[in-house]
Every structure is written in C-alpha cells, then in structure tokens.
Ligand binder design. Structure first.
Ligand SMILES: Cc1cc2nc3c(=O)[nH]c(=O)nc-3n(C[C@H](O)[C@H](O)[C@H](O)COP(=O)(O)OP(=O)(O)OC[C@H]3O[C@@H](n4cnc5c(N)ncnc54)[C@H](O)[C@@H]3O)c2cc1C
Length: 329
C-alpha cells in the first residue's frame, strides 16, 4: 500500500471537490483523484452557470470550478489528476483503491463522485471533424470570437438550451437548436421561453443528425426527419453536442451495486440481501460499508451543481458518523 488517508475521494467535479473542502477543513486527511484531463467535472463545460448561489450575474464553469480547486488546495487536500481509479476492494478497516498507474491508495473511508460521461452522437464522418467544428459540450471561447457563422447545437435538455442561448449572444451567428423530440419534453420552461424570444435561434424539432461534411473543417450537417424520414442538408461551421450522458461506473466491475442504467445504489435503495451488517446503511452508503457515493453518479441525485456540492458535504458528515461507529466497535 502506497499511501494511507482518512478519506479518499474518487472524482473531482462539484461533488468531489465540495466533499474535499468540507472533509479537509474538518481535519480529515483527504486525497482526491480524478481521471482528468482536468479537475472540475462536467461543470467545467458550462458556459454560464446562472443557478448557483452567490453569483447573481452568473459565472463560467471554468471560473467556478477554479475557485473550488483553489479552496480544496487551501485546506491541504491532496489532489491527484490525472489518476484514474480502476478498482476498489475491502481490506479489514481499510478500503483499497487501485489506480491506472498501479498505485494502491488506502483509506478508512471512500466517497465515489465519478459523475457522468457524454453519450456519443452516431453520425457519419463525425470523428473526422472533431475539433474542426464539432465538439462535445459547450464552447470554451467567447461566442463573439466565432464571427459570422452558422451554428448547430444538438440536444433537447437544459445544457443544450443554455449553450444555444450563450452562442446567440453573438449577433452575427445563426443558431439552430436540433432536437429529436419536442423542446418542451426535457427543457426547463424558463429556458424554452427565452429561446423562443431570441431572434437568432431557430428551433428544429423532430430531427436527428445523420452526417457531417466539409473540406478542411465542418461546412454542412445532414438532418433526417424522425417523422417522415426526409433528408435536409444545412450549412454549419460549428456543431456542439449535448445528447445525454451515462454514469461512469464501469471501472467498479460490479463491486458496488448499481441499477440497470449503472447508477450507484445507496442507503435505503440497497436490496436487503446485499447489505451484510446489522445496522442499516447510512443514507449515501453503498453496499460496501465505509464507501459512500454522491453527486450525479448516485441513483436518485438531482443533476445540478448545487445538489452535487450539497451531497458531497452530506457524504462527509456520514463519513464522520461511520468513523464514530467504527470507534465504538
Ligand atoms: C455543458 C453542461 C452545462 C451544465 N450547466 C449546469 C448549470 O448551469 N447548472 C447546474 O446546476 N448544473 C449544470 N450542469 C450539470 C452539472 O455540471 C452536474 O450536475 C455536476 O457537474 C455533477 O457533479 P459531479 O461531481 O457529481 O460529477 P461530474 O461533474 O461528472 O464530475 C465527476 C468527475 O469524476 C471523474 N471520474 C470519473 N470516473 C473516475 C475514475 N474512475 N477515477 C477518477 N476520477 C473519475 C471525472 O473525470 C469527473 O471530473 C451542466 C452540465 C453540463 C455538461
């Protein structure tokens, strides 16, 4: 075993960093690992976060998560990135996490905050144009720097709506929001109203992207109607993809129980046959005692930054409860 901590956190998004700030400030020796390439999780990809308290004018994901990283560092959390957890096992009072560098990290308690990963868009030639007009997630540069252009945003949930709004702040951009179903199905009402009131956003419902094309960079996107199969090709210099995500739990290889969509089960959601102790599991405890879970990867979590941060801090409280119970025998 290479190193030994009170608490090991797997995942450096809002839930993991929120947990780290709380744990380290309360005196737990804390290590956080993230598979990278950078800390901050999905939140880093948000162009403008307007629903996180304390920032009435909104804040970019990069700035918000930059503050979290700074604050976690201030309380002496050991931050390791890139460092991917590849498995976890019990060893007496310790939980051992193996990383992709074959390091063994030991801790009395673990919080899994591994979050979600984007679903891939299945469109012809997409790989060829990655980084040459096509990207997953929100734009990282100022939309005005894109100049006069045609932009497509694919997806029907809030993240796609927010990106479309953000991109429309460039008055010289024609933004098309491409949605398979209807805009009202998944998007918050306030966002739908704003999008409808924005003159340079066109909402295209009932379409899917089947192909992308161009010479050196993206020039056109081919759409297929989900109703009658009609094909249409539209000009596009940029394509931003937001088509949903799945939990990052494959590395657990079944050691921690998940539901059929691979979200981690905790507390009262654990099937009784899979919980071995006499005491009931704590609220965010997984089927492995002393291993907790918080944020988007947890079944039943609200997929929001504030909720992830809150869950991270609650999970730390449960770690204290667990440590107390262990000390009492
Ligand atoms: C474009 C976009 C815009 C958004 N806008 C908003 C918004 O405005 N407001 C809002 O409230 N929410 C927003 N969200 C949702 C919000 O970002 C998420 O709910 C939040 O980031 C979840 O935090 P998390 O810590 O649970 O997981 P994540 O942010 O997904 O972080 C998980 C981290 O774990 C790491 N990891 C995964 N597996 C491993 C492993 N095996 N070993 C080590 N590390 C691992 C990942 O690299 C990642 O950094 C947005 C999401 C996106 C994608």
């Amino acid at each position: 075993v290479k190193k030994d901590y009170d608490l090991l956190i797997i995942g450096g998004g809002p839930a993991g960093l929120g947990a780290a700030i709380n744990a380290a400030s309360e005196g737990l020796s804390t290590c956080l690992i993230d598979s990278g390439p950078e800390l901050g999780g999905q939140a880093r990809w948000s162009s403008l976060i307007e629903n996180y308290g304390g920032f009435p004018d909104g804040i970019s994901g990069t700035d918000l998560m930059g503050n979290f990283i700074k604050q976690a560092g201030k309380f002496s959390t050991e931050l390791m990135c890139p460092q991917k957890a590849t498995s976890i096992r019990e060893d007496g009072d310790h939980r051992i996490v193996i990383t992709d560098d074959d390091d063994e990290l030991a801790a009395r308690m673990v919080i899994i905050t591994a979050g979600l990963s984007y679903k891939r868009l299945d469109a012809k030639n997409l790989g060829q144009f990655m980084g040459r007009g096509v990207q997953y997630g929100a734009p990282t540069s100022d939309p005005k720097s894109l100049g006069t252009c045609d932009i497509c945003v694919v997806g029907g949930a809030n993240s796609a709506g927010q990106a479309a709004m953000h991109l429309s702040s460039n008055p010289d951009a024609n933004v098309r929001l491409l949605i398979r179903k209807g805009i009202e199905v998944q998007m918050s009402d306030y966002l739908v109203q704003r999008i409808r009131a924005t003159p340079n956003i066109i909402v295209c419902e009932g379409v899917e992207v089947t192909e992308v094309s161009g010479k050196n960079s993206l020039e056109e996107v081919t759409l297929k109607s989900t109703q009658d199969g009609t094909i249409e090709t539209i000009p596009a210099h940029h394509l931003f993809i937001f088509i949903g995500a799945s939990p990052k739990t494959q590395w657990l290889n079944g050691t921690v129980v998940t539901d059929e969509r691979k979200f981690i089960l905790t507390g009262s959601r654990l099937p009784s046959g899979l919980w071995t102790l006499q005491r009931p599991p704590l609220g965010f405890e997984t089927c492995l005692p002393g291993v907790f879970c918080a944020g988007d990867v947890r079944l039943g979590s609200t997929k929001r930054i504030a909720s992830a941060v809150g869950e991270g801090s609650v999970a730390v409280q449960m770690c204290h409860d667990y440590a107390r119970m262990q000390a009492q025998g």
